[in-house]
Ligand binder design. Structure first.
Ligand code: NAI
Length: 280
C-alpha cells in the first residue's frame, strides 16, 4: 500500500529539479500523476514538451501511472487546462503541488518591469491560478484535498538580487496562510515547503560547489508528507528542508508594549522604547 493509492496528484514544473523528484516519489507511493512542465529555460524563455514527457515516461517505466501536460501555470487558461488534464485523464484531483518557477535576478536599481512581472506571474499568479482551479475541483468532489506550495528562504528572509523573486515567494506565503483558513471548512489543507537544493536554478551558487548531499531527493519527502494523510489536519505551515535539516518558518509577533493613557505614541517615544517593543 502506498500513501496515495487511488489518488491523483498534479505537480507543476515537474519536468526537472525538485518537481521531478516529487513526481517520482508521489508515483512510487501510488499516486496517478499529472507531470506539468512548460519546458522553458531557467529564466522562463522558450518551451518544450520534452521534460514533462520524459518524466511521465520515466514514471510509467517504473510501473507507475502518469500523463504529461505542457501548459503554463501563469495564465488562467493554462492553470485550468492543467487541472482539466487531471480530470480528463484520471477523473479527479486530490493533491496539487505548486512547484513551477523561474529566476530573473537583478538588484533593485537595475531591475526592469519585465523581470519583475515575469517572476511574479509564474510564481505568485501561477500559484493563485492553479490553487483556485484545483480547489474548485476539490470542493466539487466533496472529498477534501491537499495543496502544497513552494516558497523560499528568499521569500521568508530576503536575498540580495531577488526583489522580484522574494516578493513572489513571500506572496506565496500569504496565499498559503489565507487559503489554509478559507479552505479548512472543505477539508483541504494548504501548506508550503521552503527548499534548498542543487538544481539548474541554483547550481551556480558557491554554496553548492562540490556538494552532493543537497539534492531534490532530500526535498521530495517534505512535499509528500504535506500532500498525504500523514499531515492530518495540519494546515498553513511552512516546512523548510535543506539536505538532512528539516525545520519550519513562522511569522512571530512580539508581546509589544502598551502606553499608559489614551494618547497615541509619539515617534520619540517609539525610539526610546524600541528594544521593548520588538522583544520576542
Ligand atoms: P528548476 O528550474 O529545475 O525547476 C522549475 C521547473 O518549472 C522547470 O522544469 C521549468 O520548466 C518549470 N516551469 C517554469 N515556468 C513554468 C510555467 N510557467 N509553467 C509550468 N512550468 C514552468 O528549479 P527547482 O530548483 O527545481 O525549483 C522548483 C521550485 O522550488 C521553484 O518554485 C523554486 O523557486 C523553488 N525553490 C528552489 C530552491 C532551490 O534551492 N533549488 C530554493 C527555494 C525555492
Amino acid at each position: 500500500m502506498g500513501q496515495f493509492d487511488g489518488q491523483v496528484a498534479v505537480i507543476t514544473g515537474a519536468g526537472g529539479g525538485i518537481g521531478r523528484a516529487e513526481a517520482l516519489l508521489f508515483a512510487q507511493e501510488g499516486a496517478r500523476v499529472v507531470v506539468n512542465d512548460l519546458g522553458g529555460a531557467r529564466d522562463g524563455q522558450g518551451s518544450s514538451d520534452a521534460p514533462a514527457e520524459q518524466v511521465a515516461a520515466e514514471i510509467r517505466e517504473l510501473g507507475g501511472e502518469a500523463v504529461a501536460n505542457f501548459d503554463t501555470v501563469a495564465t488562467r487558461e493554462g492553470a485550468e487546462a492543467i487541472v482539466a488534464k487531471a480530470v480528463s485523464s484520471f477523473g479527479r484531483i486530490d493533491v496539487l503541488v505548486n512547484n513551477a518557477g523561474i529566476l530573473r535576478d537583478k538588484t533593485l536599481l537595475k531591475m526592469t518591469d519585465e523581470m519583475w512581472q515575469l517572476v511574479i506571474d509564474v510564481h505568485l499568479r501561477g500559484t493563485f491560478l492553479c490553487t483556485q482551479a484545483a480547489a474548485r475541483q476539490m470542493v466539487s468532489q466533496r472529498d477534501g484535498g491537499r495543496i502544497v506550495n513552494t516558497t523560499s528562504v528568499s521569500g521568508m528572509l530576503g536575498n540580495f538580487g531577488q526583489t522580484n523573486y522574494s516578493a513572489a515567494k513571500a506572496g506565496i506565503y500569504g496565499v498559503t496562510r489565507t487559503t489554509a483558513i478559507e479552505l479548512q471548512k472543505h477539508r483541504i489543507t494548504v501548506n508550503a515547503i521552503a527548499p534548498i537544493a542543487k538544481t539548474r536554478m541554483t547550481e551556480d551558487l558557491p554554496m553548492f560547489d562540490g556538494v552532493d548531499t543537497l539534492g531534490p531527493a532530500h526535498i521530495a519527502p517534505a512535499a509528500l508528507y504535506l500532500g498525504s494523510d500523514l499531515c492530518e489536519d495540519r494546515t498553513g505551515h511552512v516546512l523548510a528542508v535543506s539536505g538532512s535539516r528539516m525545520y519550519a518558518f513562522k511569522v512571530v509577533e512580539s508581546a509589544g508594549k502598551f502606553k499608559e493613557g489614551a494618547d497615541p505614541w509619539t515617534a520619540t517615544e517609539i525610539a526610546e522604547n524600541w528594544d521593548a517593543i520588538i522583544k520576542i
